[in-house]
Design a protein around this ligand. Structure first.
Ligand code: SD4
Length: 397
């Protein structure tokens, strides 16, 4: 079929409208959970294997040493979150900068729109906002002053995924990720070829480096090394290395789920660096039988724990979203190299996770107290406090 390239507009890029004359709506049937063995009755404890005993001993030793500040109950036996009394409850969850976007996405899913199209419309708001220096247009550049973007998405009902990494000049990499999913046999395209693919698909290249981000980059570079040829800028430069990213997840009234994450990555990164956002299972993950999860923050820490995938797996085993995310955060810390941990074992970085379940429960979680996430359900759009492991006072100086 002939591609209607202009259909790849910024608001909607679902596959059906882009294929001239052959609309193919996404399947709307309810997908059933995996059939898994029933858990043993609570009165019969599962046998404890030697390796599990070791694991439990290690965990209690860590807790005694103060490395596991919250004592979490043992994992329940594997079960699905979908019970026979399942009632779908539409809901959209995002990082805090998605407060405008969750409303847009919620209105769309409750009007019957596909959940992935809805959340991509939600994240497009940040991607196209030059004031948000963590995504799309106006994103902070790499060490050479070049804006490179990462994004990935998953469509639960059709079990598909798409991603782009280190793409330049295209303001809405979330839509390019979806185009990779819709129009290729691949999952991830990178660098100049991802840009070329996007242009072939009808996206318009543009300069993404705004004057504000360019000035920030110049100031960062001037302060890098007092002995170089640039005069030091001695004003107050408050430019963080991690500044945002947007992750958004949605579940519809029929229980269909989607997830997307889009970012300009770590500011001043080594050219070629790719974070967690375009990595399926790290920056976001979605399983239509269970739920979805995603992250913002230090991608290098998350990649090693496959955080979004792990969160969905914990929820598949029956954990609620908050406990699932806190356990992921603990796993991230357990996988962290010493140079990024304080003497008290606490991480020297920030990382946030967000999750929702097929039945519309949701949570956000992070290492340190104080962060919020955005949610929209029948109560409207709002910011909610993230669950956390540590008080801010415990952060290593
Ligand atoms: C990355 N996770 O590239 C992204 C950056 C981020 O807040 O979220 N910054 O690692």
């Amino acid at each position: 079929p002939q591609l209607a390239l202009a259909g790849c507009s910024l608001n909607s890029c679902s596959r059906a409208p882009m294929l001239a004359g052959s609309p193919r709506p996404f399947p709307s049937q309810r997908y059933l959970p995996h059939s898994l063995p029933s858990p043993p009755p609570p009165s019969v404890p599962p046998p404890v294997s030697a390796s599990r005993r070791d694991f439990l001993q290690t965990a209690s030793a860590l807790a005694a040493a103060g490395f596991l500040p919250r004592s979490l109950p043992a994992l329940p036996s594997i079960s699905s979150v979908v019970s026979p009394e399942f009632r779908a409850r539409p809901c959209v969850v995002a990082s805090a900068n998605g407060l405008r976007g969750v409303k847009v996405a919620y209105d769309r899913i409750t009007a019957g729109e596909d959940p992935l199209d809805a959340i991509i419309a939600g994240v497009n708001i940040q991607e196209l906002d030059p004031e948000d220096q963590s995504v799309g247009l106006g994103g902070l550049p790499n060490a050479e002053g070049v804006v490179t973007l990462d994004a990935s998405c998953m469509h639960g009902p059709t079990r598909r995924a798409g991603a782009v990494a280190c793409i330049e000049d295209i303001a809405t990499p979330s839509l390019v990720a979806k185009a990779v999913m819709d129009y290729t046999d691949h999952v991830l395209l990178v660098g100049p070829q991802a840009r070329r693919f996007a242009i072939e698909m009808g996206f318009t290249p543009q300069n993404l480096l705004t004057e504000k981000s360019r000035q920030d980059w110049l100031r960062w570079r001037a302060r890098l090394n007092p002995n170089d040829m640039y005069l030091d800028y001695d004003g107050n430069v408050k430019i963080k290395f991690h500044t945002g990213t947007i992750n958004m997840n949605a579940v519809t009234s029929s229980g269909d789920i989607a997830s997307v994450t889009t970012t300009s990555g770590m500011a001043w990164k080594v050219p070629g660096r790719v974070g967690d956002s375009p990595i399926i299972g790290a920056g976001q993950y979605c399983d239509n039988t269970v739920g979805a999860a995603g992250s913002t923050g230090r991608g290098e820490a998350n990649i090693k724990a496959c955080g979004a995938f792990l969160a969905v797996e914990f929820m598949r085993q029956g954990l609620g979203p908050e406990e699932a995310l806190l356990r992921v955060m603990q796993r991230v810390i357990a996988m962290t190299e010493d140079r990024l941990l304080g003497p008290n074992g606490r991480p020297r970085f920030d990382l946030q996770f967000y999750a929702l379940t097929k039945d519309g429960r949701f949570a956000g979680a992070t290492a340190y107290e104080g962060a919020s996430f955005a949610v929209c359900d029948e109560q409207g759009p709002r910011l909610v406090k993230c669950a956390y492991l540590f008080k801010e006072s415990e952060r290593p100086k």
